[in-house]
Design a binder for this molecule. Structure first.
Ligand SMILES: [Zn+2]
Length: 341
């Protein structure tokens, strides 16, 4: 048995998971760092499963829907025939508006090392999850050699190079992963792949929905819904995962208090990072995620009383049983109406 960092909440979860109820397929380790020190933050009602949990990792701070969708259902979701194809994955994300855009401004901090609008000759950029290729279009106009990875559609590759996977050798001067990391079941693996594919002087631009500002923007479904957005990030968590993968953020994003000035911008966490000499361990307990959930419910808490009182597993079991009874009643109703027909 590994030694568990963190709190009594980790132990409480282990015991109540054993004694009270667990969701089918629930995982017992963190999808990012594989730590088993998990806590329950909330209940996540699911469309096709009865009830899932929002869990957080006491080692890296990752927040995730538990259970996670199976790899088969994720593959189907993002396949060319899947649901994701219809989504406008470029919307907002890649509306960079040339040198006027807020994304461009994140590069101000590194102008001594890299000028986005005037890259060195032969500089290569990769957009992982490039959608229709809007960001690559802009980078190409600045003079970048542009590469993309996108399983759901082909349109970007009329103008840009296509890759099926991230190369394992230093190739790129800039890697963008905008609104990708919330969709993937193994985000730390992906950040490590980006580090391997980056030149030693390369940069990584990451944008994800932001969990620790949940009480400010209040858009829970955007941050985590268990279907498309299956993992979620606080700033301490993203910083920790970047460090573990060999990246150092160039600048910290606004803290939760500063985020109140612009609730819309507070919905996302946008970070520019540079390669570090070696991976590092920065502990990131689940405190920021716990505080975000607590403060989110401070206003107008409409949860069932058991959940409000902190008895998440009891509440989830009740919801699960109620749903099973409703399904059974619907089945009996169908059989009776078939018999009458
Ligand atoms: Zn973790």
């Amino acid at each position: 048995m590994d030694s568990l960092p963190g709190s009594w909440r980790v132990q409480a979860r282990r015991i109540s998971r054993r004694l009270i109820w667990r969701a089918r397929g629930e995982r017992f380790d963190c999808p990012a760092c594989n730590s088993r020190a998990l806590i329950d933050l909330d209940i996540l009602p699911q469309r096709n499963r009865s009830v899932a949990f929002v869990c957080a990792c006491e080692t890296c701070g990752m927040v995730f829907a538990n259970p996670q969708p199976s790899q088969e259902s994720l593959d189907a979701f993002y396949s060319p025939e899947g649901t994701w194809r219809g989504a406008d994955s470029d919307a907002g994300v890649h509306a960079t508006k040339g040198t006027e855009g807020t994304w461009f401004r994140t590069f101000d901090a590194i102008r001594g090392d890299l000028r986005l609008e005037a890259p060195p000759a032969g500089a290569r950029a990769l957009d992982f999850g490039c959608g229709g290729g809007k960001l690559l279009d802009e980078l190409q106009a600045f003079g970048w050699d542009t590469w993309g990875i996108e399983p759901a559609k082909d349109t970007a590759f009329r103008r840009h190079h296509r890759l099926e996977s991230v190369p394992a050798v230093p190739t790129f001067d800039l890697i963008a992963a905008h609104h990708v990391l919330e969709h993937v079941p193994h985000p730390l693996d992906l950040l490590r792949q980006f580090a391997a594919a980056s030149q030693p002087t390369g940069f990584l631009s990451v944008s994800v929905p932001r969990f620790d500002t949940l009480p400010v923007h209040r858009d829970y479904k955007y941050v985590l819904n268990g279907r498309a957005h299956i993992v979620a990030y606080t700033w301490p968590c993203l910083r920790a995962l970047l460090a573990m993968a060999g990246w150092i953020p160039v600048q910290a994003p606004p803290d939760v208090a500063a985020a109140k000035a612009d609730p819309h911008a507070s919905r996302r966490l946008r970070v520019l990072a540079k390669r570090s000499a070696s991976p590092d361990t920065v502990p990131a307990p689940a405190a920021a995620a716990f505080a975000a959930t607590r403060d989110y419910y401070r206003q107008g808490d409409a949860r069932p009383w058991l959940a409000r009182a902190g008895f998440l597993r009891l509440s989830a079991r009740r919801q699960h049983m109620a749903r099973r009874r409703a399904l059974a009643a619907a089945k009996i109703g169908r059989v009776q109406s078939d018999a009458r027909a």
